[in-house]
Design a protein around this ligand. Structure first.
Ligand code: TXA
Ligand code: MG
Length: 475
């Protein structure tokens, strides 16, 4: 599909509005992140959003409006506290969930009886929505699973060729998505922290619950929060410990990774630079900076081709909560204590079946480990075997992004353990004291045999064996 790149001037915005009215998709800038919009009242138009993003259809979309005039056509009622929030925070980065009317099709709400409504503040977004004259359904304009786009460049990378038009705006000011609050319950629930803080909301309407996987609460999360999110290609680890501990470890473990990425703050970027690609979120005192920079930096790490990202712990107060939520999701909640974490290489022959499954499964079932994998006879750059990807996924490990590499001396020397699959491999590496047979970590002596060429059932068996050995391993 040819994508029109439109300037954010009157002409461009009117062209964009025209396209949206015709049932096409348009990417538009907002103060939070760029949105991928379509006519919210037209199911066929909305389908195009899911297709462009590769988004699962059980994840509802936010509906964007320019003014409150026709709000009652799309929601059944506006609860009093919701009205208070609108008065205070609209236009702005706050999405309010209310009971929907039949005008909002099921594809938008993913079958729920509710719909999230937001009135963005960004000037171009408002003009575009005003010209369009219809409610516009729009998720963040990233390919599903990737960090949300906050610049025209990032959005083009994901969406050029997949949508009818992209409006070229300024970089998003807030940088993380809107706060999502469910106002259909007796006590309102914040489902996603964002540009408006929990503290700001409570100052306005009193106590709310927070359900975003960080703060304690028993209510269900927003449907969108269960998917892999915001993830760059490299594995992300949240580092507990001091900057000097991190520096010490990265010196000791030099050679474990080819290219290390470090997310940090202005205060430390100078001293961390010699240890990898160090990128700063901004000052430690300014959560606004971290919010604004986070997604672009995660994407920049991809461009730099790092194979791991170490990131700092983030506080939970104010806007930090939104930053923490995004970053910890990108890290799939991998939090390590840098002083005590174990650095482990898993090794098999080709590094496309057993060892990538072990790398993924081990870090799913064990905490405080940094894992990688390699093969004794591996090519560099092969994908993991399709069946291995499926079997690992069944046990919760995503190894789709894996690329094979051959074991080097640097890798062995920088590992706490080099875990091999068979006795034969152990013998081949008998010169190295840190090489250990996988099953020997739990006092066993059996091999993990090569499933290559066998059926999916055999791969599943192999993955299950790896899972058991991972759970039992004494490290
Ligand atoms: O800042 C933003 O909100 C951006 C810009 C483009 O406006 N949009 C955005 O949309 O982040 P999206 O689709 O990436 O995230 C919407 C989130 C998802 O986690 C979704 O599950 C939740 O809001 N959500 C939407 N409607 C909901 C509903 N009726 N009930 C519960 N959660 C809902
Ligand atoms: Mg999103």
């Amino acid at each position: 599909m040819e994508t029109k790149l439109l300037k954010a001037d009157e002409d461009g915005l009117k062209t964009a509005a025209e396209l949206i009215r015709k049932g096409e998709t348009v990417v538009f800038p907002t103060e939070t992140v760029y949105g991928l919009g379509a006519n919210a009242l037209c199911p066929l138009a909305v389908e195009k959003i899911f297709k462009a993003k590769g988004r699962p259809s059980d994840n509802p979309l936010i509906v964007h409006i320019a003014d409150r005039e026709k709000l009652l056509e799309i929601v059944k009622e506006v609860p009093e506290k919701a009205r208070q929030l609108m008065d205070k925070f609209w236009p702005g980065p706050l999405t309010i969930i209310m009971e929907k009317t039949d005008k909002i099709p099921d594809v938008v709400s993913a079958g729920l009886s509710t719909v999230g409504i937001r009135m963005p503040e960004n000037k171009e977004a408002r003009a575009f929505l005003k010209y369009a004259g219809i409610p516009v359904a729009a998720p963040s304009a990233n390919i599903s699973g990737k960090p949300s786009p906050t610049t025209f460049e990032d959005v083009c990378q994901d969406m050029d060729g997949k949508v009818s038009a992209i409006i070229e705006g300024e970089p998003s000011n807030v940088g993380v998505e809107s706060t999502v609050i469910d106002m259909t319950l007796d006590v309102p629930v914040v489902l996603r922290p964002g540009g408006i803080t929990v503290e700001q909301i409570e100052a306005e309407i009193g106590e709310v619950l927070v359900s975003c996987g960080l703060k304690e609460s028993s209510v269900p999360k927003a449907p969108g929060m269960k998917y892999k999110h915001y993830a760059p290609k490299a594995k992300v680890y949240i580092v507990k410990g001091t900057v000097s501990d991190l520096k010490e470890k990265l010196t000791e473990k030099k050679g474990f990774f080819k290219k290390v990425g470090i997310l940090c703050f202005d205060e430390f970027v100078g001293e961390l630079s010699p240890f990898g690609e160090a990128l700063s979120l901004g000052s430690m005192k300014r959560p606004e900076d971290a919010a604004k920079n986070l997604f672009t930096l995660l994407r920049k790490m991809d461009k730099l081709g790092v194979d791991v990202i170490f990131a700092p712990e983030i506080p939970e107060n104010g806007l930090w909560l939104a930053v923490k939520n995004r970053l910890y999701k990108a890290a799939a909640d991998n939090i390590i204590d840098i002083k005590t974490a174990k650095w482990i290489y898993f090794v098999c022959t080709g590094n496309t079946c057993r060892s990538p499954m072990a790398e993924g499964i081990f870090s799913c079932v064990r905490e405080n480990v940094i894992t990688s994998s390699a093969g004794l006879m591996a090519n560099n750059g092969d994908f993991a075997n399709d069946k291995a990807v499926i079997s690992a996924k069944r046990l919760g490990a995503d190894i789709k992004g894996h690329r094979s590499k051959r074991l080097t001396l640097d890798m062995v020397n920088s590992s706490d353990y080099v875990v091999v699959m068979t006795n034969e491999m152990k013998n081949a590496l008998s010169d190295f004291k840190n090489v250990v047979l996988f099953s020997a970590l739990s006092k066993g002596c059996e091999d993990v045999s090569d499933p290559f060429g066998a059926s999916q059932e055999i791969y599943d068996e192999c993955a299950n064996q790896i899972k058991k050995l991972s759970e039992k391993a004494k490290i």
